[in-house]
Design a protein around this ligand. Structure first.
Ligand SMILES: Cc1cc2nc3c(=O)[nH]c(=O)nc-3n(C[C@H](O)[C@H](O)[C@H](O)COP(=O)(O)OP(=O)(O)OC[C@H]3O[C@@H](n4cnc5c(N)ncnc54)[C@H](O)[C@@H]3O)c2cc1C
Length: 426
């Protein structure tokens, strides 16, 4: 087989963006995807922030199949029997972030790759790296050797190829979460009425507290055009350390049945169900994302970030795919695909928002994994609010006194002060 300029493994956002850029530069690029088509195996929450990405692919966004622009941010803290919700809207949030369905978006992006002359072969699992004289020189898929000057591994959270290339080890439980997600169909007027939205507007709703039953994690709900994406994320390490934890699907069902959730999805039709890994990498990307004839991008490179108020992986996947393509282009111009030339990729990542944001939030998991964040604090907030709003048989104390008493009981202790100081890491 003729040697391609690049073989990209995985038709997710990282792989497709890389392939798109390479194809735009007139390079020969082949994408191998184990799923039936781009988007068939890809899962997100989710919403994508466009501002960091616009400079990379300015020509794409106006026609991209985005769902709703998020104009409403909602966070709900939950105890076993109560919930406290904070909501934020801002005129500034126009064209800031959009909800997205990967089955639609990735398929569309794949079509753009093909339009530009790239090749995508679905239902092709890559099993091995092809080596010549000790360096990576292509891939092996279903017994067939496919030579290439560069392999771009965009094969997601478990990246077998980055492991084979010696750039990372297997994904450790501490560095991964499992997510269960349902896409539920409702009509646009129902979505807009239930979530208080105008046509085209969307809501991003996060939940944390008792819903994860003591396990590190949280819930999410994003409104799409004609569906809502409802999911629950559970840290694998934390889950394994909870011998009493119920099966993940039982926790998810209980979450869906909560008084705060059930009315939001009432009458909806389940149209998609998925379970997927999220690499939280301890918020650490792979140290060296390149070697001779090989680059790694997106989740495969550990480029995903849990910031507490939001999860970000899609922008990192697209930007890293783009920067990988820039690096391959430079390597082709030099006629040198060695690690020395491909090291430019690490520099491009470092100079971009990708590694800057990963660095800024590198310790956010230390804060979020604190069991008191999902246990004590949501329960405490709910209890204080319960006392504020409760009118019982006897006389009621002043509201200011009730709040002050709650603060004294909950926050005037060494552990709370330590937790407060730790918040600086987010
Ligand atoms: C439930 C959930 C919620 C999330 N919420 C958000 C959110 O709201 N916002 C956000 O920005 N990020 C979110 N993320 C993270 C984000 O979805 C990921 O970071 C992003 O999808 C990574 O894209 P990728 O292209 O690197 O990997 P993927 O999309 O996983 O693509 C990898 C591709 O490689 C293919 N593949 C794997 N192995 C092989 C092989 N051997 N041969 C051939 N093909 C192979 C797979 O089939 C797949 O298509 C969420 C993730 C999950 C799971």
């Amino acid at each position: 087989m003729e040697r391609m300029d690049a073989v990209v493994v995985g038709a997710g956002l990282a792989g497709l963006t890389c392939a798109y850029r390479l194809a735009c530069e007139g390079m020969q690029v082949l994408v191998l995807e184990r799923g039936d088509h781009p988007g068939s195996k890809n899962v997100t929450g989710g919403r994508i922030y466009l501002r960091p990405l616009r400079p990379y692919l300015p020509e794409l966004w106006d026609k991209a199949p985005l769902e709703r622009q998020v104009t409403k941010e909602v966070i709900t803290m939950m105890s076993a029997g109560a919930a406290f919700t904070a909501q934020f809207t801002s005129d500034k949030f126009r064209e800031h972030s959009y909800t997205i369905l990967r089955s639609r978006f990735d398929k569309w992006l794949g079509e753009r790759v093909v339009e530009r002359g790239g090749f995508i072969v679905p239902q092709r699992r890559v099993t091995d790296l092809l080596r010549e004289d000790g360096r990576i020189a292509g891939v092996v898929s279903e017994g067939e050797e496919i030579p290439a000057h560069v392999v771009v591994a965009a094969d997601g959270a478990l990246s077998l190829l980055a492991e084979q290339a010696g750039l990372r080890g297997p994904l450790a439980p501490r560095h991964a979460a499992v997510a269960l997600k349902e896409v539920i169909k409702l009509t646009p007027p129902v979505i807009e009425e239930r979530f208080g939205l105008s046509p085209g507007e969307g809501a991003a709703h996060l939940f944390f507290g008792a819903i994860t039953e003591g396990v590190f994690g949280g819930g999410f709900l994003y409104t799409n055009q004609e569906t809502v994406s409802l999911g629950l994320v559970l840290g694998i390490d934390s889950f394994l350390r909870h011998p009493a934890a119920r099966e993940t699907h039982a926790i998810f069902e209980a979450f869906k049945g909560r008084r705060e959730i059930a009315p939001l999805i009432k009458g909806g039709e389940l149209v998609e169900y998925s379970a997927h890994l999220i690499p939280e990498g301890g918020n650490k990307p792979v140290r060296q994302p390149y070697t001779d004839g090989f680059l790694v991008a997106g989740d495969a490179a550990g480029l995903a970030l849990n910031m507490g108020i939001t999860v970000r992986g899609m922008e990192f996947a697209m930007a890293s795919g783009y920067l990988a393509a820039q690096t391959v282009k430079q390597a082709k111009e030099k006629g040198d695909y060695s690690a020395t030339t491909l090291a430019a990729y690490a520099t491009l990542l470092k100079e971009s928002f990708v590694l800057k944001d990963m660095e800024t939030f590198r310790r956010s998991l230390d804060v979020l994994e604190n069991p008191r964040m999902t246990g004590f604090y949501p329960a405490w907030v709910c209890k204080v609010m319960e006392d504020v709003f409760w009118i019982g048989e006897g006389p009621k104390q002043r509201v200011s006194f009730t709040i002050w008493k709650g603060i004294r009981q909950g926050l005037f202790n060494l552990r709370a002060i330590k937790d407060l100081l730790r918040l600086r890491r987010i």
